[in-house]
Design a protein around this ligand. Sequence first.
Ligand code: UD1
Ligand code: CA
Length: 466
Amino acid sequence: QAEDGIRDCLLSRGLGDVYKRQVIVLAAGKGTRMNSNRPKVLHEVGNFPLISHCIKTAQSINPQKILAVLGHRRTEIKNVLENSDTSIELVIQEAQLGTGHAVSIAIEELADFDGNVIVLFGDTPFVSAETMRKIEARSRQADLVVLGFHAPDPSGYGRLITNDNELLKIVEHKDANGQELALNLCNSGVMAGSSLVLKELLKELDRDNKNNELYLTDCVQLAKAKGLNCSYLVCEPKEALGINSLQQLSLAEKRFQETARTEALEIGIHLVAPETVFFSLDTEIGRDTIVEPNVIFGPGVKVGTGCTVKAFSYLERCNVSHNCSIGPYARLRPGVDLSEGVKIGNFVEIKNSKIAENSKINHLSYIGDTEIGENSNIGAGTITCNYDGANKHKTVIGKNVFIGSNTMLIAPLTVGNNSMTGSGSVITKDIPADNLAIARSEQNNKNGGAKKLKALLRNKKNKTKS
Ligand code: UD1
Ligand code: CA
């Protein structure tokens, strides 16, 4: 009966739109080997959860639909997916009975969809867009396609048993015999084929294996027995890195950073010491920007062209326009927006602030919840006192303003255009445009006072000694 079903499927696939494709991402597993309370696919590489990397991979072939299979700790994963820009359909796998079981639940949701399905594993984040396109193209010719790789260390992975270009079966590590264990052509987890064919094959899976699970990989053998055509493609081992442990997660981070650095150099970002610079998945930097050693780009950073990010700076969730200079030792926190030609110097921390063209904050400052107009100069040690212990308040500084060194600006506060503050001032009231504000106690010079004071102090010291 199943044979007839398959034949019907193949027929309908020939008649239907062969270019239709949907991606299923498996993310229901416990991730026991991580030894962590966090769901496995929410562990991060390049400051983004593993599942977000997979969604990006899935999007690269423009599928009609992306389905994510969730189970263990699904609410947390759901929250992350709901915050992404892509619309993802969620499918729940209540009990995690294996990868084959997970795919069969998702495929039921696709009803009579007669296009191709590509399965990705949520713990395998680096499959490239190019490889996805190859897999997709091949799946239009073969009934089943599996993405393999030559693993430097194959332990833990399923082994591909092949005969030239033909894929005969996949044997899981735990179930493999000595001869099979010696093979290093491994299963990356990516599998593609006609949705209707897969649906039929999945119905025939059993749990007759060491894990007592329904293995997706057994579809190959079942397809073979029906005379269907199974093939495989081989990708770079770094694309197929599967993450089951924190050890593999740290290796994945290393790989991610290596790739990000290479790509940055290729598009004209001058990394002085690439191995010391760390990127996030969404970092965007323009060409001819120089990045000095030991700089960290947290998530959500955009830097324009022709900037210099000097050594030991830390940036996250901020926008830096063209020709800016940042650091050394600068910290740009979330919500910072710098216009062209802004200079941020050493030991300056900025949070949630908008700074207009050519303004400078060169030394030892904290600027938070602030707007600064163009061509203003914020002196060394200036602090916007934005927090009163209960609420955050805003500081607005106009253009062409000169804030003297060590000024405390007690927010809420407005400092008008072209105004100045005297060094060391504690400013509590708004400053109108063109005004000079000085708010510090007056200096009193005593003639000969230094000599007198010294004598007095020495006398006192001698008396206590005797
Ligand atoms: C799997 C493959 C193996 C391959 C390796 C590549 C099978 C049987 N084995 O092994 O051939 O070499 O990946 O990394 O497919 N999941 C579910 N529901 C389940 C079980 C798993 O959604 O019931 C998800 C997991 O969350 C994970 C993915 O499927 O994202 C893979 O599962 P995992 O247990 O990590 O499989 P491996 O043992 O690594
Ligand atoms: Ca895995």
